[in-house]
Design a protein around this ligand. Structure first.
Ligand code: ZN
Length: 134
């Protein structure tokens, strides 16, 4: 793994939170993107070299809706940049981590992504991301 790619925060209202975090960071989000397959609308902020992703559920069955139901709004996942997501999934499986999707899928912000089950990583949902190169 290379570095933290972004931190994901679950919010009830992207509109309200875009405004809140714009005031916090002193700058607006730079993109909004819906990932229909995941049931989320996302927005991204660049803060120095760090990136923050806000996630809002698009329907009541979305993993984000369920997360907020259980835990309320807050930090949802930490995403790590990897060079070869397929190799990294294999490596982590061999290390005993439970990978939620063994086949990487298209995520937001031009990334292939995979998630590790939080039960295998001390309650932290870990996202692996590999940038899709043109
Ligand atoms: Zn993410």
């Amino acid at each position: 793994m290379n570095k933290i790619e972004h931190i994901g925060i679950a919010v009830k209202s992207l509109e309200n939170s875009n405004d809140l975090f714009a005031r916090l960071f002193g700058q607006a989000h730079y993109k909004v993107e819906t990932v229909a397959s995941e049931g989320v609308s996302t927005s991204f902020f660049q803060v120095g070299s760090n990136k923050i992703e806000l996630l809002e559920a698009t329907h009541s069955n979305s993993p984000i809706a369920k997360f907020i139901e259980r835990k309320g709004e807050g930090i949802h996942h930490i995403a790590f940049d990897v060079d070869d997501i397929v190799a990294e999934i294999e490596r982590l499986k061999h290390e005993g981590f439970k990978v939620l999707n063994e086949t990487p899928k298209k995520g937001a912000d031009n990334k292939m992504v995979a998630f590790l089950h939080p039960k295998s990583s001390n309650g932290v949902l870990i996202e692996l991301c590999q940038e899709i190169k043109p």
